[in-house]
Structures are given as structure tokens and as C-alpha cells.
Design a protein around this ligand. Structure first.
Ligand SMILES: Nc1ncnc2c1ncn2[C@@H]1O[C@H](COP(=O)(O)OP(=O)(O)OP(=O)(O)O)[C@@H](O)[C@H]1O
Length: 461
């Protein structure tokens, strides 16, 4: 981006970028795994134990667009953002900036690209040096990248930038600690703009700020993006944050992108059950519009050993029952959750017993504890399971109480089989410029799938 573009920028980025189809930044099969081991012995013992934070991401950022990357905490969004800037070296796959491979370049080799791609961080204060004045903070990157003819010129540019981000030029001699959180984030944005980048990756830029200030910073980013023709990656866990700002959205779950769509289409008609779950947590102006609330249970599983098949299947409200299941989809979901917890050794019999004895006094019989395990481990409203499934689940609970977790596991055996656990879903086009990776949207599976009860995650998702 030239200095001229900053001053004479068109009102709308799309004017500059034309129909925004030029790809500025692109990843293919991008992986970032963190090795868990410290030394040789660790590596030997923990062979294959790595945190698969980003695990095969194909993504493109188009000129002049704001691409939001959303997902729960721990899905790998920040790691993806940092790998885009080569702050993390990719484990596998490519990152290309305007067609040139930048993944894995050395610091020296990255230098020309650092002025093209900048990052705005979540915690503005932590990312600003408290001992530097705002002037120093904003002019330092200009010096590194040879921007400006003299100190005086750089100071002048810094003042212009402060004004552009909504701060008074006279603040140039102040220190970060003298500002509010919102103002600090404005300084962080001014610093990112100082080298006149083409791309900004903003990692949760408002999540550390008061709600009242969040909209102001988002508006600032939106205006800057459009005035300067920036391409923006906006990382957020809160979907309400991105609605007014993003052009497109990529939904991330456990290291993978599960759905992408233009922002309006995504909000109006999400296809992936994970997207539906995230969206149903977003407050709406008209509460009556919320007809399909989906409660997302539990937390994101460990990226060290992600679930097989579709990674979301262990929590997916729309998980597809195998052909042998004779009950309802909802009953299958409950039984499958029970089986997954037993398999994963996640049922804490002692805790259940302690809780019963604490609440009810005296000692709880094994039979009562087993019953309580069934009650508490099968989530949701009690709904009838097929008789054979109910009996196997009760038997497994009794075995758990007897301390024989392996037998409990064997008893459940192949009670709950699902294509979602067996096969990784392929990307399926779900409309213009959008796709989702879910067996529910795959016509091959869709025809035979019983719609979900009351969650809106039926045949369309
Ligand atoms: N340097 C690291 N070493 C080991 N594991 C890491 C490292 N950085 C991130 N992780 C792990 O990678 C996974 C993804 O983390 P990441 O921070 O990218 O997720 P996120 O979606 O941005 O979540 P959050 O919003 O909480 O930061 C997590 O399990 C995290 O613990």
C-alpha cells in the first residue's frame, strides 16, 4: 500500500479492488503442530504426541475483504493467525502472499513481507512497550522498514496515523499506561498501519475491551479497511463481533475449517451444525426469531488426540445414527455421548458417589450410584432409548461401579456406530461461494438421514 493510497483512498475498498477476487494471502494444507516433548527421552516416550493446533487449513484472503475466522477458545484460531504471518513456522503445507511462499522463511527473508502483513493483538497493553512513548512505538517500525525521510517526517506521519485511528496528535508523547484499553488498541492499530501494510491479521482485537468500546474499535477497523483498501483477517470467538464487519466467515473447529460463507448467508442460513450451535448463542434483537436454539455441550476435545472422522461428532447435536440404530436421532446422540465418555474414561464413579453421599447423607448403594451415573451421563431430557441400548448402558454403568472400565467399554461395544465417527467429511458446495464439511450436507448421506428433533439441524445441516 503506498502512502498515496492512504490519503487518497477510495470510499469503498471494493472500488479499489474491483470485484474482490484477487487472492492476497492463501494457505494450502496448512498444519501447525506443537511438539509436546522437551528432550530426547520425552520425544521417545511421547512419540507422535503433538498438539495439532492447525491441522490442514485451506484458506484464501481476497483483496479488500474482511475474512473473519471464528470458533471456540482452543480451536486454533490464534495459531492460524500467527502461522499466516510466519510467526510460527508451519509444520506442513504452504502460506503464500501474493503467490509467493512465505511459510518457513527466515527472519531476514521475511523482512520485506513484514511491512505487507501486520498483526493487531488481543491485549493491547501487553503488546505495547510501556517504556516507549506512543511516538516511538509508531515510528519504530517505520525506521526498520525505511519509511520516511527523517525523524521529523516519521513523527509527522505518526501524528497523522494517530488522527486516523481517532487519537489526538498531541498524544504522541504519552505512554501506553496513560490510555484506556480502547485507546491502547487504537495505538496498536496505528503501529500496525505505520508500515503501510496490505494485510492486517487482527487476533481478537476487541475481546479484552469493555463492550461499550468494542463497537468503536470494530467500526474503526471497518472504516480503515474500506478507506485504505486493506485486506483483513479478523479472528474472533464471539460471532456477534463480526457480523457488521466481516465480508466472509471461516468457521474453525479443532484445527480445521468446517464451513465458509459470505457473512450474511452464514448468519441467515448456517449449514454446519457447529456453525448453528455457535450462532444460537448469539443474542438476537428479536428473541422470537430464535426458533432453533442448539445447546453446545462440553468443551473442545484435546487437539493432541482429536476425534476420528468428523472432529465435531463427539459434540454434534446432528450426529448421524448408524443403520443398526432403531431409536430416534436424539436418543442416539445421548447414548453416543454416554459411550464416548465411557470409552474416554471420563466417568468419575467416586465423584458421583461422594456427591450423592454429601447431598443425601449415609452411604450410597452400588445400584444407586450406577443409576445416578446413567442419569447424569446421559445428557438432556429423559427420552426413551431402544430397550437393548438402555439395558447395555445400565450394565455398563454397573460395571463401572464395580471398577471394571474395560468390561464396561466392551459391553457398549458397537452400540453407537456413526458415519460421522468413521469418515472425514469432504467439502461440499452449499451455495454460491460457500462450502461446508459435514456428512449432513453431503447428498450421499442426506437422503437416508433422519432429521433432528427441534434443533433446525435437519436435512440442511
Ligand atoms: N506454543 C504452544 N505450544 C503448545 N501448544 C500450544 C501453543 N500455542 C497454542 N497451543 C495449543 O493449541 C491449541 C489451539 O490454541 P489457539 O490459541 O490457537 O486457539 P484459539 O482458538 O486461538 O483459542 P484462544 O482464543 O483461547 O486463544 C490449544 O490447545 C492450545 O493449548
Amino acid at each position: 500500500m503506498s502512502r498515496e493510497t492512504m490519503t487518497d483512498a477510495p470510499a469503498d475498498a471494493s472500488e479499489k479492488a474491483g470485484v474482490a477476487t484477487d487472492v492476497v494471502l492463501e494457505t494450502e494444507g496448512l498444519k501447525k503442530h506443537f511438539d509436546q516433548s522437551d528432550g530426547f527421552l520425552d520425544r521417545l516416550l511421547n512419540a507422535g504426541q503433538s498438539v495439532k493446533a492447525v491441522d490442514g487449513v485451506d484458506l484464501e484472503l481476497r483483496a479488500g475483504e474482511t475474512l473473519a475466522v471464528v470458533g471456540e477458545s482452543g480451536c486454533g484460531k490464534s495459531t492460524l493467525g500467527r502461522t499466516l504471518l510466519n510467526l510460527h513456522e508451519p509444520t506442513e503445507g504452504t502460506v503464500r502472499f501474493r503467490g509467493e511462499e512465505i511459510g518457513g522463511l527466515s527472519d531476514r527473508e521475511m523482512r520485506p513481507y513484514r511491512s505487507e502483513i501486520q498483526m493487531v493483538f488481543q491485549d493491547p497493553l501487553a503488546s505495547l512497550n510501556p517504556r516507549q512513548t506512543v511516538g516511538d512505538i509508531v515510528t519504530a517500525p517505520m525506521e526498520v522498514h525505511g519509511i520516511g525521510d527523517s525523524d521529523a517526517d516519521r513523527t509527522e506521519r505518526a501524528k497523522e496515523l494517530l488522527e486516523r485511528v481517532g487519537l489526538k496528535p498531541s498524544y504522541i508523547d504519552r505512554y501506553p499506561g496513560q490510555f484506556s484499553g480502547g485507546q491502547q488498541q487504537r495505538v496498536g492499530i496505528a503501529r500496525a498501519l505505520a508500515v503501510e501494510p496490505d494485510v492486517i491479521v487482527a487476533d481478537e482485537p476487541v475481546s479484552a475491551l469493555d463492550v461499550s468500546v468494542q463497537a468503536q474499535i470494530l467500526n474503526l477497523l471497518k472504516n480503515l479497511q474500506s478507506e485504505l483498501g486493506l485486506s483483513l483477517v479478523l479472528i474472533a470467538h464471539d460471532l456477534s463481533v463480526i457480523r457488521q464487519v466481516a465480508s466472509r466467515v471461516a468457521v474453525m473447529y479443532l484445527g480445521k475449517i468446517v464451513e465458509t460463507a459470505p457473512v450474511r448467508e452464514l448468519f441467515e442460513e448456517p449449514k454446519h451444525p457447529y456453525t448453528k450451535s455457535l450462532l444460537s448463542a448469539v443474542p438476537r434483537i428479536d428473541p422470537s426469531a430464535r426458533t432453533d436454539r442448539v445447546v453446545l455441550r462440553g468443551t473442545v476435545p484435546s487437539p493432541i488426540d482429536p476425534p476420528s472422522g468428523c472432529r465435531f461428532h463427539t459434540r454434534c447435536p446432528a450426529v448421524i445414527p448408524g443403520d443398526d440404530w432403531s431409536g430416534s436421532q436424539a436418543a442416539f446422540r445421548r447414548a453416543f455421548t454416554f459411550q464416548t465418555r465411557v470409552e474416554g474414561g471420563d466417568v468419575d464413579v467416586d465423584a458421583v458417589r461422594r456427591q450423592m453421599e454429601g447431598a443425601e447423607g449415609g452411604s450410597a448403594s452400588d445400584e444407586a450410584v450406577a443409576e445416578r451415573i446413567v442419569e447424569t451421563t446421559l445428557p438432556g431430557e429423559p427420552r426413551s432409548l431402544p430397550d437393548d441400548a438402555a439395558e447395555r448402558i445400565r450394565e455398563a454403568a454397573r460395571l463401572l461401579v464395580d471398577g471394571d472400565a474395560d468390561a464396561a467399554d466392551r459391553t457398549l461395544g458397537e452400540l453407537c456406530l456413526s458415519p460421522c465417527a468413521d469418515d472425514e467429511p469432504a467439502r461440499v458446495d452449499t451455495g454460491d461461494d460457500r462450502w461446508a464439511a459435514c456428512h449432513r450436507v453431503d447428498p450421499e448421506h442426506d437422503a437416508s438421514v433422519e432429521p433432528m428433533e427441534g434443533t433446525g439441524a435437519g436435512s440442511s445441516g
